[in-house]
Design a protein around this ligand. Structure first.
Ligand code: ZN
Length: 219
């Protein structure tokens, strides 16, 4: 894993690009829609994404993420970047059918290997309102987005998350995916590039994990 430490939490924003919200049949929410991915889902560049054999369709979501460098609570958007040590590509891998049927997304977003994270680099002189993210599957471009199209800009998302949770050193906040999500199958290679920042590349392999057992006495 390229992160210096395992995050205590990975905070994610749903439906932050209007065109992606629309492709899934939703409006952009009135305020950021936050969910969590578990630290146990994190893998690094080059490590395989494992597709569970019983989890239905699994999709990539190329995103721009930040890692927290200094602990903070209730930060303002104008100060938010002072607490960020790096930006990087992240793939918010999602079991799309389970996401729809489960209601809560812990399982759909939380399988082992469903959170590939690239190597963080400092923001430096880059403009956070003009960062480009591109997702490729087997070399073909599937998603292309720019942070200028975010419903809630990155500094606002950081501030929003810090209103209810202490952002701890090493925590990751990922900022939503643009339109063009689609399936991953064993044998694919998926790349998420944040232009001028870095590329996260992961092969996709078939898993062998068993499905949930029948509930005792109810099967
Ligand atoms: Zn996402």
């Amino acid at each position: 894993m390229a992160l210096a430490t395992r995050p205590s939490k990975i905070l994610c924003v749903g439906r932050n690009y209007a065109a992606h919200a629309k492709e899934l049949g939703h409006e952009v929410p009135k305020e950021p829609l936050i969910f969590l991915k578990p630290p146990s889902a994190v893998i690094g560049d080059g490590e395989p994404i494992v597709i569970p054999p019983w989890g239905g369709r699994v999709e990539y979501e190329g995103e721009i993420a930040v890692v927290i460098g200094r602990s903070v609570r209730s930060v303002s958007p104008s100060d938010a970047w002072k607490y960020v040590s790096g930006i990087m590509p992240l793939n918010d891998v999602t079991a799309r059918e389970l996401q729809k049927t489960d209601g809560q997304w812990a399982r759909a977003k939380g399988f082992d290997t469903f959170c590939p994270i690239g190597t963080p680099v400092p923001l430096g002189g880059r403009d956070p309102r003009d960062l480009e993210v591109i997702t490729r599957v087997n070399g073909k471009v599937r998603q292309q987005g720019n942070t200028r199209d975010l419903a809630f800009p990155i500094d606002y998302v950081i501030a929003w998350c810090s209103t209810f949770a202490t952002l701890e050193v090493g925590d990751v906040i990922t900022t939503g995916t643009p339109e063009g999500v689609g399936p991953l199958v064993p044998g694919d290679v998926v790349e998420v590039e944040v232009v001028g920042v870095g590329i996260l590349r992961n092969p996709v392999v078939a898993g062998t994990s068993a499905p949930p057992p029948p509930v005792s006495g109810r099967a």
